[in-house]
Design a binder for this molecule. Structure first.
Ligand SMILES: [Zn+2]
Length: 111
């Protein structure tokens, strides 16, 4: 190996080292992202399912204000998860059905 050859090789070796470092860093980023995604999937799987029905209470906790579906976008601050039977019973006992999510329609109840 003469001097000209080694002086051309040196910057190429340097470039190779830089690119190997870059590649290692990119692979670390990929591994980090894959780990985050796996954690996200586990978190989603563990999240309890949204309640199907909600019963909204008034300031006085014994007072029921409205019945909502679990998907209601405006269930009020004091809505608590309820079973289908509880939602039906509340509607039958004159608790108003929310006018936005219409749980009475969802339950097939004429109020
Ligand atoms: Zn509602």
């Amino acid at each position: 190996m003469n001097d000209t050859e080694s002086s051309r090789l040196a910057p190429l070796r340097f470039l190779e080292r830089v690119q190997e470092r870059d590649l290692a860093r990119t692979r670390r980023w990929i591994a980090d992202e894959e780990r985050r995604e796996a954690e996200r999937r586990v978190g989603e799987a563990r999240r309890p399912p949204a309640p199907e029905w909600l019963i909204e209470r008034g300031l006085d906790r014994n007072n029921t204000v409205a019945v909502h579906t679990g998907e209601c976008w405006d269930p009020g601050k004091r809505a608590k998860p309820a079973t289908r039977a509880q939602a039906i019973e509340a509607l039958r006992h004159q608790v108003p059905a929310c006018s936005k999510c219409r749980p009475d329609t969802a339950l097939g109840i004429e109020v």
